[in-house]
Design a binder for this molecule. Structure first.
Ligand SMILES: Cc1cc2nc3c(=O)[nH]c(=O)nc-3n(C[C@H](O)[C@H](O)[C@H](O)COP(=O)(O)OP(=O)(O)OC[C@H]3O[C@@H](n4cnc5c(N)ncnc54)[C@H](O)[C@@H]3O)c2cc1C
Length: 366
């Protein structure tokens, strides 16, 4: 694939879920250069995508905290370490540079994303959870030909849709919010296409949507698309809709924005030749190494005897993986354990240096 940018770093963490974020923090404490990549447009993994407003009750020392709040806290904790997050980028390709050279090379690995980024690194941590969240596609043959031009599974800038006939498809919260946002921005021609008049929404959002439909700001079309209709010049002109009462109608459009929900898929990672057990990466419990040296796996994506898919277990795994990676990349040093409470090195990294010199520095801003 064509890659616009090559980034050299010590470690790449694949996944910015809670465990991936904490992994980056622990690698940062080991003074390793880290980049984090996630296919979603935001950090937080399942916590942010599946249950942002639901309470979590079993995090140590935090009696209650929502998925969204946990994500914010992890990002805040990571802030002083200035770890770059590359969002909206699915890691698709892994190349072994050492194997190609037939010798131990540095960088050892090259990773590429579907967004044109490439990383050269010496270690990888896969924190991919249940997989990359990919948008569910509209099951209409041939529709993919218009993807990125008239069919958009991700948000596009307003200049793309102003003055256009837009069809938003789906009964999800994302579909309802997008239709309302478009109508709110004065798009006069917004149709919400859904198979029934029932939506999976909370009460307030459902009421808002029903009132926009009632006021005529959003047109509701009930049915399933069965065919894409093209104009003579090859544009997507309309969708043929099968209605619940078995009629066929043509729904003209300029833009189709399906929001049918997201499907998690391990996808390309499953084809990288790493040992798998029931679609999970097999790891040891000392450094959470996969079957290949230099590639570790933490959080929901891994498996080992006694594995439990809990956030706190992922945090433990990430801590030990960071020690193992630091030792692997610095074979001639002894990687020692230091407490954040007492280590001036760690406190300096975190910008909370408690030493006399550090206090002076922080106090004077020097
Ligand atoms: C409804 C619900 C409630 C829960 N409640 C609790 C609870 O109370 N306590 C608890 O401990 N746990 C709870 N869990 C489980 C907890 O959310 C998971 O254990 C945790 O999210 C795992 O974190 P992770 O970082 O390993 O993976 P995830 O959160 O799944 O994050 C993985 C990230 O990797 C990204 N990714 C995957 N593949 C790629 C790729 N190829 N390229 C780029 N990015 C990629 C994904 O986009 C995703 O953002 C709950 C889960 C659910 C669904």
């Amino acid at each position: 694939m064509n890659t616009d940018r090559l980034i050299r770093t010590d470690v790449v963490v694949i996944g910015a879920g809670p465990v991936g974020l904490y992994q980056a923090f622990q690698l940062g404490l080991q003074e390793l250069a880290v980049h984090v990549v996630d296919g979603l447009a935001h950090a937080g993994g399942q916590c942010a995508e599946l249950y942002p407003h639901k309470p979590i009750y079993d995090l140590p020392g935090i009696p209650v905290c929502s998925g969204e709040e946990l994500t914010h806290r992890l990002l805040r904790q990571l802030e002083p370490l200035r770890v770059p997050l590359h969002l909206g980028q699915i890691v698709t390709t892994l190349r072994r540079l050492a194997a190609e050279d037939g010798m131990s090379a540095s960088p050892r690995f090259r990773l590429e994303t579907d967004g044109g980024l490439a990383f050269a690194c010496d270690a990888i941590v896969i924190a991919a959870g249940v997989g990359a969240f990919l948008p569910r596609k509209v099951p209409v043959p041939g529709l993919e030909a218009w993807e990125g031009r008239q069919v958009h599974y991700h948000d596009v800038p307003p200049e793309t849709w102003v003055g256009q006939r837009i069809v938003v498809m789906g009964g999800t919260e994302a579909a309802a919010r997008l239709a309302l946002r478009l109508a709110d921005h004065g798009s006069s021609d917004v149709t919400l296409l859904h198979r029934s008049d029932r939506f999976a929404l909370d009460e307030a959002l459902d009421a808002e949507l029903q009132s926009a439909i009632g006021a005529g700001w959003i047109r509701l079309c009930l049915g399933q698309p069965v065919q894409a209709l093209a104009s003579d010049d090859g544009r997507l002109e309309a969708l043929e809709i099968a209605t619940a009462d078995d009629r066929r109608l043509s729904l003209p459009l300029d833009l189709l924005m399906p929001r049918l929900g997201l499907n998690p898929r391990l996808g390309p990672i499953a084809a990288w030749g790493l040992a798998l057990e029931r679609k999970h990466l097999v790891v040891d419990t000392e450094g959470f190494r996969t079957s290949e040296p230099g590639i570790h796996a933490v959080g929901d994506v891994n498996t080992y005897p006694g594995k439990r898919k809990l956030i706190v277990c992922g945090f433990h795994e990430a801590t030990l993986a960071a020690f193992a990676i630091a030792q692997w990349l610095r074979p001639h040093e002894r990687v020692v354990l230091e407490y954040t409470t007492t280590s001036t090195r760690l406190q300096r990294l975190l910008g909370v240096d408690q030493s006399e010199a550090g206090n002076k520095r922080i106090g004077t801003g020097a």
